[in-house]
Design a protein around this ligand. Structure first.
Ligand code: SF4
Length: 271
């Protein structure tokens, strides 16, 4: 994302006080030269900010002081830790990622994240290692807390379970193994109508690196344009986000990942 687009995002935030949260994501968003600008300006506008952090970025050379910056700005950190077992994390993310993730979590705890009496929030994200639905969120959170606290002395606030969406790399991996149709059928069989009222696409708008607008990050990855029909397609031609409120949402087969079982969103299970 260019600085010009980051400035435009802040301008739109300023114009729309009803937007309460700026959720920054995308690989390692902290590497973007405009990351600190976005955080500081959004916080100055009294908006909450989430940084979707891969944890190991906190240990990279050149990123010294990143944890301190996030803590000083009161940024809510949502960090991916796909399992509490070293072998599973390293198999999914690469050698030594588990150990480096724990080192980053200890650093965040030392800064006050997830500590008693502190307002600094640190949530972890779980997503299944294979083509299965996530287990019940509260039970898995209790298991993560037991292992991470007892074995490693690490604290976190909440565990968010997120269903794997069959698009991009994950869809290709399933297709290579001949399991794509099976996974899509699993999602369809577990359709849960009670999740539809709280789907995240009802309350967010996703801005891509080049300023285009989407109903959610998954639609952004599929390049599925906004479904509202309002004519707005980028940060430059949207006059008001109010025009998108209550409008149609673009959907496709991958949406069944959000409505399966307990439901799924960037904030975890829906039910
Ligand atoms: S994938 Fe579909 S159901 Fe899920 S948030 Fe996006 S538009 Fe909504």
């Amino acid at each position: 994302m260019s600085h010009e687009i980051a400035e435009r995002v802040i301008e739109l935030l300023e114009r729309h006080p009803s937007i309460e949260l700026l959720d920054i994501t995308g690989g390692a968003p902290e590497l973007n030269p405009s990351f600190r600008f976005l955080v500081e300006r959004a916080r100055a506008l009294d908006r909450s900010v989430i940084d979707r952090c891969n944890l190991t970025i906190l240990l990279e050379r050149g990123m010294e002081g990143l944890g301190e910056f996030l803590a000083a700005q009161g940024v809510h950190i949502v960090a991916s830790l796909p399992c509490y077992l070293e072998a599973n994390v390293d198999a999914q993310r690469g050698k030594a990622v588990f150990e480096r993730s724990l080192a980053a979590l200890r650093r965040l705890n030392a800064l006050g994240y997830a500590m008693a009496g502190s307002a600094l929030v640190l949530d972890l994200v779980y997503n299944p290692l294979a083509g299965t639905l996530p287990p019940q969120q509260a039970a898995l959170e209790a298991e993560y807390k037991r292992v991470l606290t007892e074995r490693y002395g690490i604290s976190f606030d909440h565990l968010l379970t997120i269903t794997n969406v069959p698009i991009a790399r994950f869809a290709h991996a399933l297709a290579r193994e001949g399991k794509l149709s099976e996974y899509q059928a699993l999602l369809a069989q577990h359709f849960n109508a009670s999740t539809t009222a709280s789907l995240m696409c009802r309350s967010l708008v996703s801005v891509s690196w080049d300023g285009r607008l989407y109903d959610c990050d998954f639609n952004q990855m599929c390049d599925l344009p906004l479904g509202s029909g309002s004519g707005a397609s980028t940060v430059w031609n949207v006059s008001s986000f109010d025009a998108l409120t209550g409008g149609a949402i673009a959907t496709d087969d991958h949406c069944l990942a959000c409505t399966a079982g307990h439901g799924s969103s960037c904030s975890g299970a829906l039910r």
